[in-house]
Design a protein around this ligand. Sequence first.
Ligand code: NAD
Length: 256
Amino acid sequence: MTKFDGKTCLITGAASGLGRATAFAAAAKGASLVLTDITADTLATTAEELRAAGATVHLAHPADVSDHSAVVGLAAHTFEAVGHVDIVMNVAGIATWGTVDKLTHQQWRRTIDINLMGPIHVIEEFLPPMIAARRGGHLVNVSSAAGLFGLPWHAPYSATKFGLRGVSEVLRFDLRRHKIGVSLVLPGAMATPMVDSVDIAGVDRDNAALRKAIGLFLRHAVTPEQAADAVIRGVERNRYWVYTSRDIHLAHWGQR
Ligand code: NAD
């Protein structure tokens, strides 16, 4: 019996990258799945692929995590369909880069709404029923290496990833008495579609220096499957700190 066997696992951002890879890895460990993402068609395709691979997908429900009412709807559908959730994984996120003279208010706002308010909405709607159910469980929050230290151009992104780390630092203590573990996942570079969809303020995407920087970033990247493996092991071993990087043999975890 593993931490996943027979458990229901909610994953946001499940249509792509780390969320998708984690869904396959959690299913392989025996978890049944509730999946959500803002992109309905890719989410449906991912759910079909998981079912074809033998996974139990209770629900693949499109929702924008930055919209509180959408997350309320997701929770209502989930508890109606499944009754309870054991593991909640906040994976959905976007990347926004730029210098303060180029970033727009809309870029700051959107990044904070998705990357910080999104996980908070999920925590608000899923954790109280988990506590009330007295089944214990686990919460995974995906922050970033950019939630540990400053990286050039990352101010809005870092604001959200430091913020999510702050929420996690508190919840790891608050949820302990309810036997709900917390893992803070801090990926370094990961080769996912996010790298190509970064919202960059005032920078031409064909800019040679930018392409070089992204090439360098990707040379240090782990695959989403390698990062997902670290997430799963972090939950299984009830580790708070899950940092993934190629430079430190893929994963390092501990209590810090
Ligand atoms: P990805 O783009 O492959 O996946 C992110 C998913 O989130 C997508 O499916 C996207 O549709 C979904 N999403 C975006 N906005 C959403 C919204 N408003 N509501 C619901 N879903 C939404 O990217 P990824 O690299 O797999 O990112 C997963 C997590 O890892 C993110 O939180 C990201 O910040 C973090 N991260 C990524 C890297 C990296 O190098 N790729 C590094 C550190 C941390």
